[in-house]
Design a protein. Structure first.
Length: 250
């Protein structure tokens, strides 16, 4: 009898924890799709649609210092590599060209993927309608966030799906695995050293980032940095021009 009472109490406690967990999930993470209408998972559908486009723009940005169209760059191995720290004067440290590097790259990605993102939402709407759902959508926007281990694409496109029941989404969040956050953070730190000391000691970073590789190439006053994650293959390349000696000085 005692065992039965304890067993019942245990079951009630487990059920209560599960209910609280579900409520917390819905309350704190409303963008999470706990409802799959007609065997279509909205976030999975949108990820499959947008991820190739994100990969496409990253392939350009990460080779060119975070710029799709470099404005002040050095040509190296056929690539236009943006100076993130630059001076045209001799004997002087460079001036940081892009102090908000992560934000800049987020904006570059967002500008590139917005047209296809809108098309992806339209395709999702059409997929639901093909399955007999009534769909109401509100024109929205796309926000890109580069965070630790991920690039997050938020489709801020409110959508209501109706059939036997009704489900409303405020937004859809898509996460794409990437180590770009760490690489951009390290690049930002390096250009701070370049702007104050005229150079950087890259071996210090390897103590804290065991998967990091830094290739540093000096040429004609320029320094080309290539940061790589040896595990994931993610890369970021940028240039600096600091404490340059006049031509012919030995």
């Amino acid at each position: 009898m005692t065992w039965n009472k304890r067993g019942q109490v245990t079951i009630f406690v487990i059920v209560a924890i599960v209910i609280v967990g579900v409520i917390a999930l819905i309350f704190f993470f409303p963008q999470v799709n706990v409802f799959i209408a007609g065997d279509v998972n909205p976030s999975a559908y949108l990820k499959g649609c947008i991820e190739p486009k994100v990969d496409e723009v990253l392939n350009v940005l990460t080779k060119q210092g975070g710029y799709s169209q470099p404005t002040n760059y050095v040509l190296y191995q056929g690539e236009k590599i943006q100076y993130l720290c630059y001076t045209s004067e001799s004997y002087k440290p460079c001036v940081v060209q892009q102090p908000l590097l992560i934000r800049h790259v987020e904006n570059e990605i967002g500008d590139y993927i917005k047209p296809i993102a809108r098309q992806c939402v339209g395709d999702l709407e059409a997929e639901y309608e093909k399955r007999g759902y009534n769909v109401r959508t509100t024109p929205g926007d796309v926000n890109v966030s580069i965070v630790m281990n991920n690039i997050v694409v938020d489709f801020v496109s409110p959508m209501t799906i109706e059939k036997e029941s009704t489900q409303t989404f405020r937004k859809f969040a898509v996460s794409i695995e990437s180590e770009l956050y760490d690489l951009l953070s390290i690049a930002t730190n390096i250009i701070q050293f370049e702007s104050t000391l005229g150079g950087s000691e890259t071996s210090l970073y390897l103590q804290y980032y065991p998967d990091l590789r830094i290739d540093k190439t000096k040429r004609n006053g320029d320094t080309i940095y290539k940061l790589s994650d040896v595990t994931t293959g993610d890369e970021f390349t940028f240039a600096s021009r600091s404490l340059v000696w006049p031509e012919g000085y030995t």
